[in-house]
Design a protein around this ligand. Sequence first.
Ligand code: ADP
Ligand code: MG
Length: 396
Amino acid sequence: MRWKTLDDMELKDRTVLVRVDINVPVEAGHVTDATRIEKIVPTISDILKAGGRPVLLAHFGRPKGEVVPEMSLRITLPALERALGRKVIFAEDCIGAPAKKAVAEMQPGDVVLLENTRFHKGEEKNDPVLAASMAALGQVYVNDAFSAAHRAHASTEGIAKLMPSCAGRLMEAELRALNAALGDPARPVAAVVGGAKVSTKLDLLGNLVAKVDHLIIGGGMANTFLVAQGIAVGKSLAEHEMAETARAILARASEAGCSLHLPTDVVVARDFAAGAAHEVVAADACPADAMILDAGPQTVAAIGTVFEACRTLIWNGPLGAFEIAPFDAATNAAARKAAELTKAGRLVSVAGGGDTVAALNKAGAAADFTYISTAGGAFLEWMEGKDLPGVAVLMQ
Ligand code: ADP
Ligand code: MG
């Protein structure tokens, strides 16, 4: 994998169109979490330092090609100005007269934010005319929105074909981390795949069995694998109709030389509630009236042994119903083990997924992971081995 970065581009006195993800949560007219805005600061600062004029392209919400005033990016201006420590000029449209005027009037050190790209129908259709209108505003294109890179839209893909393009700092960090985890990883590689259902992660499992040395299955989806082996799981969440598919994955893993690890002991309860009465039983001994809500201590110890033997770890999906104690125990313990090994320099650990990020934060382990991706759908598609159009177009 090879992509251009800001360091490869001539930026001095150029207008630099930067696709960012500032699709931040908003309540009552205020940004409630500016994390995404703070993360684009290095890219914009570096463009300014190199003498470039940054013009930001972004989407906000799902206006579906209509001008929806509540989805105006104007709402992000105060948070953006605070993060950048400078005034940001807003243009009422991402193309046409308002955009051209704002760009033409830029002074050195200015930053321009263009209105929501999704106010135009052509954005999600990757309309070449819209892409060309945006491209005409500048001389260089920088994509810093990995989280939007799984979509071939005019501002993420179409535009990059029309002008010199590169990855921004955030995109660069994400690509480097992902490449270190699955592209060209230090071996052995372990993957943890947990979460609720096998059916939502079929492509993921299919890709991973061919690429990793150890596949650790946890969460509700492990129950489906137990069912596939003829084990009764009582009232546990399990997709009985996926048993055949699970058996096919087991077979593919063994052909590919991937060791697949399922829980050997589990935590069961009669109620799915905080502090519910619970017990640890062997994985094949779930009582008929109980449900499996977490992996047991023996399984956690075995996972720790796998982590110790590996040099790279990639993680998506919690090992149990982590939202409710004590069913967060296995996820917490395994996460802390991975964090400890990472901190000691023995493991490269990369994780992503909405609930996974929440679970690793809850475990207090996130800060010590090598990289935590907050890219959601883009991270999952990348883990599934799919080409991300917004990334592919940056490759030379
Ligand atoms: P991510 O968002 O990180 O991709 P998922 O959405 O696939 O993760 O899975 C997270 C969900 O799986 C959580 O809501 C968790 O409670 C649920 N889950 C995990 N293990 C179990 C289990 N044994 N029984 C029921 N739900 C479970
Ligand atoms: Mg989820």
